[in-house]
Design a protein around this ligand. Structure first.
Ligand code: AMP
Ligand code: ZN
Length: 465
């Protein structure tokens, strides 16, 4: 099967192709750094991460850009409330965002452009839209004239025939019913305080939509392959990005628009404004493993809504533990006879895994294929019907899959001396048949988060999840 993605622009699955052979250029709308991101936001970034990793698995060279929105109503409001400069205010949340990305094992993007560092690029884009008659000035702000761009509404499949001439909206986020000329550049007013830039398009600051057009085209070219984001961004944000970019360049902007559905809480989208959210930090402070959270976020197909529950998080933790146990057991398989069945299982599994992901990145199906592998191989391990070489082949396969899933990474457990001494003492106690002492040491280790298992192959340990 050829790789295909559901494209929001055409509303169907399309075979994937690239503009430059073997190379994918992709852009993902990043966070507004006015607060800690919640795990709903991270569903969007985990999705983009798996997409990017799979493209790399398929052999593409990928350039990925994820922007940081560090100037808008919310960041300005937050910094004013705290009485600190905008840059100081956003820096804290920007750093927290990068830490969170790394906790979730999300691969770094190639560039994380910040809006405030690209004002000149935005200014140039706004100027060119003015020159071409797609934008006009009103009371110091500059608006995009929707009626000048007949394709407006194509991405969100919106009928704009009822558009009122001259209707304008200055807010970055607005409702569908408000479809109207939107602000490219916001003229300074006193509530922005000291946040403004003196430019050829006036004194003020950029609108949110123009940021993404300017930064994506700067790093990826006027026409690039993939643009991602949550479904809430389809309108107005992505619709406006297309209008601004294509009106300015006269070229197609993006070939594939991929959107992730929302993380929900009791039927409602998780969101700051609904107060129904958990930040990643909230969950880590409750003792949850970040990789179990990653697992939860990636295991449901991106075009399906995912209801967040703590039971679901527990289930992810257990699924992950099964995979860890599987890998650990394979590592201790002793010499044995090669089993030709293993090769068959490997080839069937590889095919199944790739077929699932080729089909619009169906991660849940791909995980199903991995768990069938676990079942099939565990049976052979139990029957001692697998060689060390076979086990290594399966481990290699798992590593390959993990280059896409990114879930097998565990904190390297460097046993400190004290713990390894305890393990040794316990072995000695068992040899001496001092089971009381052995049990006590097991309990002490458990209190330190180390779980021991006595297996026919000897003692194994793992860290509590
Ligand atoms: P924002 O910082 O609000 O612009 O959001 C950053 C990213 O998170 C965007 O791609 C949003 O579409 C996405 N997003 C926001 N809320 C959710 C949610 N509950 N589930 C999934 N993605 C979301
Ligand atoms: Zn954007």
């Amino acid at each position: 099967m050829a790789l295909q993605f559901f494209n929001t622009l055409t509303r169907r699955k399309e075979e994937f192709y690239t503009i430059h052979p073997g190379e994918v250029r992709m852009y993902c709308c990043g966070p507004t750094v006015y607060d800690f991101a919640h795990i709903g936001n991270f569903r969007a970034y985990v999705f983009t991460d798996v997409l990017r990793r799979y493209l790399q698995y398929k052999g593409y060279k990928v350039t990925q850009i994820l922007n940081v929105t560090d100037v808008d109503d919310r960041t300005i409001g937050g910094s004013q409330k705290q009485g600190i400069p905008l840059g100081e205010y956003t820096e804290k949340y920007k750093q927290a965002f990068f830490e969170d990305l790394s906790s979730l094992n999300i691969k770094p993007a190639d560039v994380y452009p910040e809006a405030t560092a690209h004002i000149t690029d935005m200014e140039a884009l706004v100027k060119s839209l003015m020159d071409k008659g797609h934008a006009y000035e009103n009371k110091g702000s500059i608006y995009f004239r929707i009626s000048s761009f007949p394709e407006y509404g194509k991405l969100s499949h919106m009928d704009i025939s009822g558009l009122k001439a001259g209707a304008r909206v200055a807010a970055d986020e607005y409702e569908k019913e408000e479809v109207a000329d939107f602000a490219l550049w916001k003229g300074w007013d006193e509530k922005d305080g000291d946040v403004f830039w003196e430019t050829e398009v006036g004194k003020g600051r950029p609108g949110w939509h123009i940021e993404c057009s300017a930064m994506s085209m700067k790093y990826l070219g006027k026409h690039f392959d993939i643009h991602t984001g949550g479904v809430d961004l389809i309108f107005p944000h992505h619709e406006n990005e297309i209008a601004q970019s294509q009106a300015a360049t006269g070229e197609k902007f993006v070939n594939f628009w991929l959107h992730n559905e929302h993380l929900m809480v009791e039927g409602k989208r998780m969101g700051k404004r609904f107060g129904n959210y958990y930040t990643l930090r909230d969950l880590l402070n409750k003792g949850y493993n970040p990789i179990a959270i990653r697992y939860l976020l990636l295991a449901t197909h991106h075009r399906q809504q995912l209801n967040f529950t703590f039971d679901g998080l527990e289930a992810s933790k257990n699924a992950l533990q099964r995979l860890y146990d599987f890998v650990d057991n394979l590592k201790i398989v002793k010499e044995g006879k090669n089993n030709p069945q293993v090769d068959e299982i490997i080839s069937k599994t590889t095919q199944g895994f790739e077929d699932a992901l080729d089909d619009d990145l169906n991660v849940s199906e791909a995980l199903g294929v991995v768990f069938n592998l676990v079942k099939d191989i565990n049976r052979l391990v139990e029957d001692k019907n697998i060689s060390k070489a076979d086990a290594e082949k399966v481990l290699n396969l798992m590593n390959g899959f993990d280059s896409v899933l990114g879930i097998l990474k565990r904190e390297e457990l460097v046993l400190d001396e004290q713990i390894s001494k305890l393990i040794e003492r316990r072995s000695k106690a068992r040899e001496d048949k001092d089971f009381k002492l052995a049990d006590q040491i097991r309990k002490d280790l458990e209190a330190k988060g180390i779980i021991l298992e006595d297996t026919p192959q000897g003692i194994k340990w793992k860290r509590k999840m």
